[in-house]
Design a protein around this ligand. Structure first.
Ligand SMILES: *[C@@H]1O[C@H](CO)[C@@H](O)[C@H](O)[C@H]1NC(C)=O
Ligand SMILES: *[C@@H]1O[C@H](CO)[C@@H](O)[C@H](O)[C@H]1NC(C)=O
Ligand SMILES: *[C@@H]1O[C@H](CO)[C@@H](O)[C@H](O)[C@H]1NC(C)=O
Ligand SMILES: *[C@@H]1O[C@H](CO)[C@@H](O)[C@H](O)[C@H]1NC(C)=O
Ligand SMILES: *[C@@H]1O[C@H](CO)[C@@H](O)[C@H](O)[C@H]1NC(C)=O
Ligand SMILES: *[C@@H]1O[C@H](CO)[C@@H](O)[C@H](O)[C@H]1NC(C)=O
Ligand SMILES: *[C@@H]1O[C@H](CO)[C@@H](O)[C@H](O)[C@H]1NC(C)=O
Ligand SMILES: *[C@@H]1O[C@H](CO)[C@@H](O)[C@H](O)[C@H]1NC(C)=O
Ligand SMILES: *[C@@H]1O[C@H](CO)[C@@H](O)[C@H](O)[C@H]1NC(C)=O
Ligand SMILES: *[C@@H]1O[C@H](CO)[C@@H](O)[C@H](O)[C@H]1NC(C)=O
Ligand SMILES: *[C@@H]1O[C@H](CO)[C@@H](O)[C@H](O)[C@H]1NC(C)=O
Length: 735
C-alpha cells in the first residue's frame, strides 16, 4: 500500500514546490529598518529608498528635537504606531488655539496620500469658555463644515464637570467619513472676551482639535491658562485609516504585478474608508499579508497554544490542526480500511504507483514529508474511483473550458466565498449551468485535503438530495470541482435572508428538513463505506428550483471508521452546530451529524440563527435557548411567529421534541438519522393527507368514523386538521 500513498505525497509536494517558487519575489530589500524609536515599521510602510511599497507609505526617521530618541515621521507628523491588519495608524496632530491676543488655525491635508481621518475613533473637540470653532473638511470633492460652541462655566445651572465633555467648557462633535482634509479655525467674535471665562483673564486660551476620543479626557483645569497646551505639548493623537491604491479588490487582483496581497495565504478586503483595499491573513495564519515568502502569513501552530486545543495528540497542519486521540497508528489504520473497498483497482494502481514513486523518489528526497502527506489520501482514492469506472457521468474538464464557462472567473459570477475557496457560476458550452468551486491557494495542505476528500465522497454518492458532482479539473495548479448548479441559494439565506422565512408555510419547512434528513440518512446508512458529513448547517443545504434540499460541502466529511480503534478526527464544523460531545472526545460520529441537524431543525422552526452574538451569554446559542425555553414550558416563545398558528401547535410540539432528542448531550441518546427522517416523513404525511384537501364536514365525519391510518396522527387534534387545510391552501410556497 505504501507506494501508492507515496505517489500522492509526491503529487502534492510538487504542487507545494511550484507555488513556493512562483511566489518567491519579496519586495522590501533586506536592509530596511524595522524599527524607528518606539515604532515598528511594517511593510507596506518603510523608511528609506526602496523600503516602502509606494511613495505614500514612505516614513522618515529623524532625531527628536532634544536629540535623545528617534521619531518616525509621515511628512511633518510624528507617527506613534501602525496597525497592519486594521489598516490604521496613530499620529500626533497639532492643536489650534486662540489666546487673548493671537489665534492660530490648523490645517491637515491628506489629499494624495493613503490616509483619511477615521470618523469612528476621532472627535472634533473644542475646549475653553465661549469658544466657537469650525472645522472645514473635504470628502472627496464635497466640502463639509462642522462647528462646536462651548458655554462658559457656570452656564445656567451647569458647571464644567471633571472628566466629562458636556458642552460647558468642552464640546465634541463626530466627524464624517472619508475626510481627507480638515481646516480648523475659530470664530473671532469673542476671542478677546476675557471676562467670559471668569478666570485668569490675561492668559486664558481656547483650543480646537481633532483627537482620538479614547485618548482624550476633559479636566476642568484645562480651562485655566495654558494648562491644556502645556500638558499635551501642543499635540494630540489622531487615528488615520489607510488603504492600498484606489481600486476595489476585484479590480486590483487582476493586475498581479501591483496586487499588494502577496502572501499566498492572504485575502483582500475592500476598504470601508477608502476607494482602495486592505489585505489580511487567511484563518489559521498570521503575519504580514503584504509580504510573500517567509515574511508573509505563516501557519499558526495551534498545538502550541496554551491551553492546547484538544486532548490527546494534537497535530498541527497548514492553517489548521488535527486531534488524534488514539494510537498514532490510527491514520494508517483508517487508510487501510478505506482502501480495502476498492481492492481490485488497487492492484493495477500498485504497479503504476511503484514505478512512479520510484522515479520521483529518485529525483526528490522526501522522506520526512511522507507522513504528513500520507493523510491526504483523498486524492488517491479519487483516482481509484475514476479508474474503477464508477460515476460514468464524471467529466474531466480543462482549465480553458472552465475559464470560458465563468468568463475568466469574473467576479460577477461569484456565488459565494468560503474560507477555503470561491464558488463561481458557469455555463458550459452545451448550455448547462454549473457551479465551480475553486480553491484560493493550493499551497494550503488543509484545502488540498478537503478538495480530494470532497471529490472522493461526492463521486461515490448519488442521491436526489445531495448536490451532484459533474466533474473536476485536475490541472495541477488550481484544482477545481464542477457541480450541478443549484439556483435558489442556501437554506441559511432562505431562513435568515432579507425576505426571510416569512411567507414560508410550516409544511415547506418540514419538507426541507425531511429531504435533508433523507440525504443524511443516505450518507450514514446507504453509502459504502458510510460517510459522516461533519459540517451540517443551514448554509451547507442548498435549495433548487422547487425549493428541494440539496446537501453540499463535503470538505469536512470523513469516511466513517469501521471499528473503535480507527477514529480519525479533525476538529472542524461550525460554532453553534458543533456536537458538544465531539468537542470533548474529538471523535466524530454519525450522532454528531444528528446534533448539527437538530440545530438546523431549530433554525427552521424558530427562524433564528444558530449563534447570535447579541444578547446575554445564555441566549447566544440557539440550542441552549431552545432547551431552556422547553424546560420552562415556554416553547411557543421561541417559535417563529409566522408558523405559530394554533393549528400548528401539535405538529410544532412534535418537531420540537424531535429537535430536543437530536440535541441530547450524550450521542447514544440521540436518534439515528434514519429515525429522524422517518419521523419527519410521518409529519409530512399528516400535513399532506387527502383529508386536508376535502371540506371540513367530510374531515369531521372521517375522523369520527375510523382511526386515522397514518402513524403519527395521534398528537394532532381534530381542530388542527380543520384549520390546517385553509392554511396550507393559502400559503403553499413558491408556486
Ligand atoms: C536612531 O536611529 C539610528 C539609525 O537611523 C540608530 O543608529 C540609532 O541608534 C537610533 N537611536 C535611538 C536612540 O534609537
Ligand atoms: C526628517 O529628515 C528628512 C531628511 O533626513 C527631512 O527631509 C525631513 O524634512 C525631516 N522631517 C522632519 C519632520 O523633521
Ligand atoms: C484581519 O484579521 C484579524 C484576525 O483575524 C482581525 O482581527 C482583523 O480585524 C482583520 N482586519 C480587517 C481589516 O478585517
Ligand atoms: C500677547 O500679549 C503678551 C502680553 O500680554 C505679549 O507679551 C505677546 O507678545 C503678545 N503676543 C502677540 C502675538 O501679540
Ligand atoms: C437653577 O438653580 C436654581 C436654584 O438652585 C433653581 O431655582 C433654578 O430653577 C435652576 N434653573 C434651572 C434652569 O435648572
Ligand atoms: C482655513 O479656514 C480659514 C478660516 O475659515 C480660511 O481663512 C483659510 O483660507 C482656510 N484654509 C484653507 C487652506 O482652506
Ligand atoms: C460674545 O460676547 C458677547 C458679550 O460678551 C455675547 O453677548 C455673545 O453671545 C458672545 N458670542 C459668542 C459667539 O459667544
Ligand atoms: C470685564 O470684567 C470687569 C470687572 O469684572 C469689567 O469691569 C469689564 O468691563 C469687563 N469687560 C468686558 C469686555 O466685559
Ligand atoms: C490656574 O493655574 C495656575 C497655574 O497653572 C494656578 O496657579 C491657578 O490657581 C489656577 N487658577 C484656577 C482658577 O484654577
Ligand atoms: C469590493 O467592492 C466591489 C465594488 O463595490 C464589489 O463588487 C466586490 O464584491 C467587493 N469585494 C470584496 C472582496 O468585498
Ligand atoms: C505519537 O506521536 C507523538 C508525536 O507525533 C509522539 O510524541 C508519541 O511518542 C507517539 N506515541 C506513540 C504511542 O507512538
Amino acid at each position: 500500500m505504501l507506494p501508492m500513498h507515496l505517489l500522492l505525497l509526491l503529487f502534492s509536494f510538487a504542487i507545494v514546490m511550484q507555488s513556493v517558487v512562483r511566489g518567491a519575489s519579496s519586495l522590501p530589500h533586506p536592509g530596511c529598518p524595522d524599527k524607528c524609536g518606539d515604532v515598528d515599521i511594517v511593510y507596506p510602510f518603510g523608511i528609506g529608498p526602496g523600503c516602502a511599497m509606494e511613495e505614500g507609505f514612505e516614513l522618515h526617521c529623524n532625531k527628536s528635537q532634544d536629540g535623545h530618541k528617534n521619531v518616525t515621521y509621515f511628512s511633518k507628523l510624528p507617527v506613534v504606531d501602525i496597525s497592519l491588519l486594521q489598516g490604521q495608524v496613530r499620529m500626533m496632530s497639532n492643536i489650534a488655539s486662540t489666546c487673548h491676543n493671537h489665534s492660530t488655525t490648523y490645517l491637515l491635508d491628506f489629499h494624495g496620500t493613503p490616509f483619511t481621518v477615521s470618523e469612528k475613533e476621532n472627535m472634533f473637540t473644542v475646549i475653553g469658555a465661549n469658544a466657537l470653532a469650525f472645522m472645514a473638511g473635504a470628502r472627496q470633492s464635497a466640502i463639509y463644515v462642522i462647528g462646536c460652541l462651548t458655554q462658559s462655566s457656570p452656564y445656567k445651572n451647569l458647571t464644567a464637570q471633571e472628566g466629562l465633555c458636556t458642552g460647558v467648557g468642552c464640546c465634541q462633535v463626530a466627524l464624517s467619513s472619508r475626510l481627507s482634509y480638515h481646516n480648523i479655525s475659530f470664530s473671532d467674535a469673542n476671542a478677546s472676551d476675557e471676562n467670559a471665562s471668569g478666570m485668569d483673564g490675561e492668559r486664558h486660551c481656547r483650543y480646537a482639535m481633532v483627537v482620538e476620543a479614547d485618548k482624550f479626557k476633559f479636566h476642568t483645569a484645562y480651562l485655566n491658562a495654558t494648562n491644556f497646551w502645556d500638558e499635551h505639548k501642543g499635540e494630540v493623537p489622531i487615528i488615520l485609516n489607510w488603504a492600498v491604491g484606489d481600486k476595489t479588490c476585484d479590480v486590483a487582483k487582476k493586475d498581479t504585478a501591483s496586487y499588494a496581497c502577496r502572501s499566498s495565504n492572504s485575502y483582500c478586503i475592500n476598504s470601508t474608508s477608502h476607494p482602495g483595499y486592505l489585505c489580511n491573513c487567511s484563518e489559521g495564519y498570521r503575519g504580514n499579508p503584504y509580504l510573500s515568502g517567509s515574511g508573509g502569513c505563516q501557519d499558526i501552530n495551534e498545538c502550541d497554544l496554551n491551553p492546547p486545543p484538544c486532548p490527546g495528540y494534537c497535530i498541527n497542519t497548514q492553517g489548521s490542526f488535527f486531534c488524534q486521540n488514539t494510537k498514532n497508528r490510527s491514520f494508517s489504520h483508517s487508510g487501510t480500511a478505506i482502501i480495502s473497498v476498492g481492492l481490485s483497482v488497487t492492484v493495477v494502481m500498485l504497479v503504476i504507483a511503484v514505478t512512479c514513486s520510484y522515479l520521483i523518489r529518485e529525483r526528490r528526497k522526501l522522506a520526512n514529508i511522507k507522513e504528513r502527506y500520507f493523510r491526504q489520501h483523498g486524492g488517491l482514492l479519487l483516482l481509484e474511483q475514476i479508474s474503477s469506472g464508477q460515476g460514468t457521468t464524471f467529466t474531466i474538464f480543462t482549465e480553458a473550458e472552465l475559464m470560458e464557462a465563468t468568463d475568466q472567473f469574473d467576479d460577477k459570477n461569484v456565488l459565494g466565498r468560503g474560507g477555503h475557496g470561491t464558488v463561481y457560476k458557469g455555463t458550459l458550452k452545451n448550455g448547462t449551468a454549473v457551479a465551480i468551486k475553486r480553491c484560493i491557494s493550493m499551497t494550503d495542505e488543509q484545502q488540498r485535503k478537503e478538495f480530494g476528500k470532497e471529490m472522493l465522497i461526492l463521486s461515490q454518492v448519488n442521491h436526489k438530495n445531495i448536490v451532484k458532482l459533474l466533474g473536476c479539473c485536475l490541472e495541477v495548479e488550481v484544482p477545481m470541482l464542477v457541480y450541478e448548479f443549484i439556483p435558489n441559494g442556501t437554506l441559511f439565506q432562505f431562513i435568515h435572508g432579507i425576505n426571510g422565512c416569512r411567507s414560508t408555510p410550516f409544511s415547506t419547512r418540514i419538507r426541507i428538513a425531511h429531504e435533508s434528513a433523507l440525504a443524511m440518512d443516505y450518507l450514514h446508512s446507504c453509502a459504502s463505506p458510510p460517510i459522516l458529513h461533519g459540517d451540517v448547517k443551514s448554509s451547507n443545504i442548498l435549495l433548487d428550483d422547487n425549493y428541494s434540499a440539496k446537501v453540499s460541502d463535503f470538505g469536512a466529511s470523513i469516511v466513517a471508521p469501521t471499528d473503535e480503534s480507527q477514529f480519525v478526527t479533525l476538529v472542524q464544523g461550525t460554532c453553534g452546530y458543533l456536537d458538544p460531545e465531539y468537542m470533548q472526545t474529538c471523535q466524530l460520529t454519525d450522532k454528531s451529524d444528528v446534533y448539527s441537524f437538530g440545530v438546523v431543525l431549530l433554525e427552521l422552526i424558530t427562524g433564528k440563527k444558530a449563534l447570535s452574538l447579541q444578547g446575554p451569554e445564555s441566549e447566544r446559542s440557539l440550542s441552549m435557548r431552545f432547551l431552556c425555553a422547553l424546560k420552562e414550558g415556554r416553547l411557543m416563545d421561541v417559535i417563529d411567529d409566522h408558523i405559530k398558528g394554533e393549528e400548528n401547535v401539535g405538529l410544532l410540539e412534535e418537531v420540537a421534541d424531535l429537535a430536543r432528542q437530536c440535541l441530547e448531550m450524550a450521542g447514544e441518546n440521540r436518534p439515528a438519522m434514519r429515525e429522524v427522517a422517518e419521523r419527519l416523513d410521518r409529519l409530512r404525511k399528516v400535513m399532506q393527507h387527502p383529508w386536508m384537501q376535502r371540506n371540513p364536514e367530510e374531515v369531521e365525519s372521517l375522523l369520527g368514523g375510523r382511526e386515522p391510518s397514518v402513524a403519527g396522527v395521534e398528537m394532532v387534534s381534530s381542530t388542527t386538521f380543520l384549520t390546517m387545510e385553509k392554511r396550507v391552501g393559502l400559503l403553499e410556497f413558491g408556486r
